[in-house]
Design a protein around this ligand. Structure first.
Ligand code: DTR
Length: 341
């Protein structure tokens, strides 16, 4: 009897080892921990959207996933983001595609002067474009979402009311925005956003060309007392995940990440559009910033100079074998759809 009892006990013991041994790893080791790198400081919009995503993921997975965020370039910096995520330095990273213009040809087409009206429409347009073309440039990562800034405007230390006043003035811009500034005759200076405050302070540049929420978030309104409204172009962003880390996630977590793709794109766009309004009001009321609108006649001159940019882009990229004309058409069509036109 004693012997039989001992056998049963041993059996139960062996079985329990087997059951525990075979259960999936996450249940055993508890939460899945992921790192998320971002390049600009914490109060800026790429990091605000990162914290929102972290909160949503932790809520929707009931704490099964925990995200550790690294704003301010503490884990990866602007230009090293994509390769850092591919190499696994961070599990997830947020990148501004404009900082590597030749690398993300298809998605960077959203930075052409195509009249994308705001960040929400442009973000959803970019996300659709990505989903349609699944560009080779992202083959080594899992893309979690994409979004854009609001349209760009000139922020400067001196008033710029016409092309003559812009001629030769050193203004900071990256990617697609750079060729726009060049077409208008400015002396464009390229650098990622986190380097801009110092360049402005030292006088290396007299202004920048970006979406206007930075007037408040980087306190540029303290230095740049003028805004010239140009309302083009947007800058595209992507949030990418290390492929091995993605493949190792359980299916229910993958489903949460996937369902958040479009929602995060729309949320970030709406946040950006509202925040631009707040930033302009703050700049005018608290910093005495003057917002300059180009006269109709002047605006027509500025627009005329941009006309060859889209045509040249189509020509150059068709030669590289891309369906360049179709890409531009798709951007316009998606944008019309989201604008409700
Ligand atoms: N306009 C791009 C991207 C950009 C706009 N706002 C922010 C804030 C923080 C980092 C990047 C950006 C640019 O000028 O770099």
């Amino acid at each position: 009897m004693k012997k039989e009892f001992a056998f049963v006990l041993a059996g139960i013991f062996l079985l329990s080892i087997l059951v525990v041994g075979l259960s999936p790893a996450p249940a055993l080791s508890g939460t899945i921990k992921l790192t998320y790198a971002n390049f600009p400081p914490a109060p800026t919009f790429p990091c605000i959207q990162m914290e929102k995503w972290k909160k949503e993921v932790e809520k929707r997975t009931n704490g099964k996933v925990s995200i550790q965020t690294f704003p301010g370039g503490t884990l990866l910096k602007a230009k090293g983001m994509m390769d850092g995520v591919i190499a696994g330095t961070a599990d997830i990273g947020c990148l501004c595609m404009a900082y590597q213009p030749g690398r993300f040809l298809i998605t960077n087409a959203t930075a052409l002067p195509l009249g994308l009206p705001n960040s929400e429409v442009a973000s959803l347009t970019l996300w659709d474009l990505y989903k349609k073309y699944k560009p080779e440039a992202f083959a080594k990562v899992k893309v979690l979402t994409m979004f854009t800034t609001a349209p760009s405007n000139i922020m400067s230390k001196i008033p710029i009311r016409n092309l003559e006043e812009l001629k030769g003035v050193p203004i900071r811009a990256s990617g697609g925005a750079a060729q726009i500034l060049k077409a208008w005759g400015a002396n464009r200076v390229g650098m990622p956003m986190p380097e801009t405050p110092e360049a402005l302070q030292k006088g290396v540049v007299k202004g920048l060309f970006s979406s206007l929420e930075v007037m408040k978030d980087f306190k540029f309104a303290e230095l740049c007392k003028y805004v010239t409204l140009t309302e083009t172009p947007v800058y595209p962003f992507a949030v990418v995940m290390n492929m091995d880390k993605w493949n190792a996630l359980p299916d229910d977590v993958k489903a949460v990440f996937d369902e958040l793709g479009t929602q995060q794109s729309a949320w970030t766009g709406a946040y950006m559009d509202n925040h631009v309004i707040e930033s302009i009001n703050w700049s005018k009321e608290k910093q005495g910033v003057k917002v300059l609108t180009l006269s109709e006649e002047e605006k027509a001159k500025w627009n005329k100079l941009l006309e060859p940019i889209v045509d040249n882009w189509i020509k150059a990229n068709a030669e590289k074998g891309l369906p360049a004309k179709q890409i531009v058409e798709d951007i316009k069509d998606f944008a019309c759809m989201y604008e409700g036109k």
